[in-house]
Design a protein around this ligand. Structure first.
Ligand code: 7RM
Length: 642
């Protein structure tokens, strides 16, 4: 399998949107040589505009604007325009709850739900430019909430339901949100995960929030604050089912999504309307080769960017039938995903390497019991996919019949940047293959000099693309400093990569202090700040440790303040503390107590050494700048993993 190349089958290519390398190359060349003509044509063809733009794009690094003067609405593009076609009665969402309840929602029905909820928001006094925080389980009302906000130009920010009250609070405060949309709770592994109590806790310090709208999902006991909290259904009963979509500037912010950066403070990635919608829509065809008769399933939670772009905006704008599932992949048994694929005859399946590795480990008997022959295309996102996982996905799930699209992109890029066009591109397992049209990827060294074939370097994107983020909320300076300072005029991705002799990209991972745990971005600094907020902790250093299933896990080195501690007990307490401060997915796998942390003479923690210690339990690299070598000796001999 290693080094093998998988060309598209003639059968797949014959029916694909992009069916040959010649077609890919001509699109790609045109997109770089005549970007304004290329993107103008795409925007006209793929989206419905209330008013046409006057200028396709304006690039004043680091600021870019797309389709200036154009007016459109994302909710209109995802729903209303389909109502004028045969798709009005097509199923937009097939939803299955973890307990097994299910709903089918047509585009017409989605329109009614979204209009009704948009009217609820309107009657609460919300208007274009206001901010809504959405903190919900994976139920149909979650995309309904996004689309209702988009319909009125309310900027939404979804906070993943796994985040803690503390994380929720900092996001509400940073956005100065006027409304929080939430639910009593959701289901995960057979238990209720409550959401409303976290909202109540967060709101003790958020003056901006005047309204909380609560969906009843589980029906469990929920406290409601008079005057502030309202039941979704109760408000909705009084509203009509007509609500015109607000014509928005192409550049109007559609949403803000917080993601981890290299400091303790998450960054509010701001996406605009026209460019974002165009590229998410186009990549549904280019990469997922979406056809009208397909059942498409993206397993990502809407709390992450993949859920925004490839469960809500991209597929609905492209008129797809999307499967959405509420719960855990292994509930009630490890075959839940395969059961769903079989039951709904899923054709396109998009998931993460972490999920694939955990399925692989559980064994072939789980998929074996189900008919997966409806699948025609598989996708992967979030982390590099290792050869063993690729091979298993290809053989056992895809029946050696389905191309795998390994899609590289980021919260910042909005849409997929590097990925195969499955009817054209030959696959190499582990490689995202080639940049999509409009994506001028390059590799540079520390000085910003371009590199040749097979050299490892920093991945940059040179030309702006429509779905690129526009700024960081409340922090335009950090936008410029973080991403555009190192290589003039180019966007620095933060990833290292190699390009082989065929021009294929191989992503090696992050070059900054960002960890990738189960495909979720998490900053080492964020965990460190959480740890030092604990009264017993003096100092903390956090690194990603290679992990068989989740890619990386969180490993912490901690020094304590003076006192008598039971290290065993405190270790457990600190893990719990981090889970509470950030969210359960950030729970450290390992806490090591140490008398001091290895530092350079200027006082910087040497994370490289700590990374080596957690990886190999020894240090081989250069340690000449290390302040206290005995610290190192003590660290590498100390082993208290669990
Ligand atoms: C979509 C998403 C972005 C980071 C990115 C990479 C890593 C994502 C791949 C990948 C190798 C892939 N957004 N990454 N996709 N690495 N191959 N196909 O994950 O903002 O949460 O993370 O994820 O390091 O910079 S994200």
């Amino acid at each position: 399998m290693p080094n093998e190349i998988y060309p598209p089958s003639a059968e797949f290519a014959a029916r694909a949107h992009i069916g040959s390398m010649d077609q890919y190359r001509s699109l790609y060349q045109r997109s770089l040589n005549q970007p304004a003509e290329f993107w103008g044509e795409m925007a006209e063809r793929e989206l419905a505009w209330f008013e046409k733009w006057t200028t396709v794009f304006d690039w004043q690094p680091p600021q870019v604007r797309w389709f200036m003067g154009g007016k459109l609405n994302a909710s209109y593009n995802c729903i209303d325009r389909h109502l004028e076609t045969w798709r009005r009665n097509k199923v937009a969402l097939i939803w299955e709850g973890e307990p097994g309840d299910s709903r089918m929602i047509s585009y017409q029905e989605l329109h009614r739900l979204v209009c009704r909820f948009a009217n609820v928001l309107k009657s609460r006094g919300l208007k274009a430019g206001d901010r809504a925080i959405i903190y919900m389980p994976m139920v149909p009302e979650l995309p309904v909430a996004l689309l209702a906000c988009a319909r009125l130009g309310i900027i939404h920010s979804v906070v993943f339901g796994g985040f803690s009250a503390e994380a929720l609070k900092t996001r509400i405060q940073d956005l100065e949100a006027q409304v929080v949309i939430t639910a009593d709770g959701g289901y995960r592994r057979g238990r209720e995960i409550k959401l409303k109590p976290a909202v109540d806790e967060a709101l003790t310090e958020c003056e901006s929030v005047q309204n909380v709208i609560v969906l009843k999902r589980t029906g469990s006991e929920t406290s409601m604050r008079e005057g502030r909290d309202h039941w979704w259904d109760h408000l909705g009963r009084e509203e009509g089912e007509v609500c015109p979509a607000e014509p928005m500037d192409s550049e109007a912010p559609l949403f803000v999504l917080y993601t981890s950066g290299t400091t303790g403070k998450p960054k509010g990635i701001v996406h605009s309307t026209g460019g974002y919608l165009l590229e998410t829509t186009l990549t549904m065809k280019w990469v997922f080769d979406l056809r009208d008769e397909d059942i498409y399933w993206c397993t990502a939670d809407v709390g992450w960017v993949t859920g925004h772009s490839y469960l809500v905006y991209g597929p609905l704008s492209a008129g797809a039938t999307c499967l959405m599932y509420e719960g855990a992949p292994d509930f009630p048994q490890p075959d839940r995903f395969w059961r769903l694929i079989d039951k709904y005859r899923v054709n396109i399946f998009y998931t993460s390497p972490t999920a694939i590795r955990s399925f692989l480990k559980q064994g072939d008997q789980w998929p074996a019991g189900h008919d997966l022959s409806s699948l025609r295309l598989l996708g992967s996102v979030g982390e590099p996919i290792n050869p063993a996982a690729w091979d298993w996905y290809y053989r056992v799930i895809g029946g050696e019949r389905c191309p795998i699209v390994d899609t590289w992109w980021q919260t910042e890029t909005g849409a997929i940047m590097i990925a195969p066009m499955p009817g054209a591109t030959s696959l190499k397992p582990g490689s995202g293959t080639l940049p999509l049209p409009g994506v001028e990827a390059d590799l540079v060294d520390l000085q910003g000099k371009p590199l040749g074939a097979n050299q490892e370097g920093y991945l940059v994107l040179r030309h702006p693309w429509p779905s690129m983020f526009r700024t960081l909320w409340n922090d335009p300076q950090r936008y410029e400093d973080n991403y555009f300072k190192k290589v003039p005029g180019a966007y620095m991705t933060g990833d290292a990569a190699r390009r082989d002799e065929d021009g294929y990209y191989w992503i090696l991972g992050r070059v900054d202090d960002v960890m990738n745990v189960s495909g979720h971005r998490l900053s080492t600094m964020e965990v460190e700040s959480a740890l030092v907020r604990h009264p017993a902790v003096a100092e903390a250093a956090v690194v990603g440790k290679p992990h068989e299933i989740t890619g990386q896990s969180v490993a912490c080195f901690v020094t304590l303040k003076k006192g008598d501690y039971d290290e065993q007990q405190l270790g457990g307490e600190l893990k719990q503390w981090v889970a509470k401060e950030i969210g359960a997915f950030a729970r450290p796998e390992q806490i090591r107590f140490t008398e001091a942390l290895p530092k350079t003479r200027s006082g910087k923690i040497m994370r490289r050494l700590l990374r080596e210690i957690v990886t190999s339990n020894s240090v081989s690299g250069d340690v000449t700048t290390l302040e206290d070598l005995s610290v190192l000796a003590r660290l590498s001999s100390h082993q208290d993993e669990d």
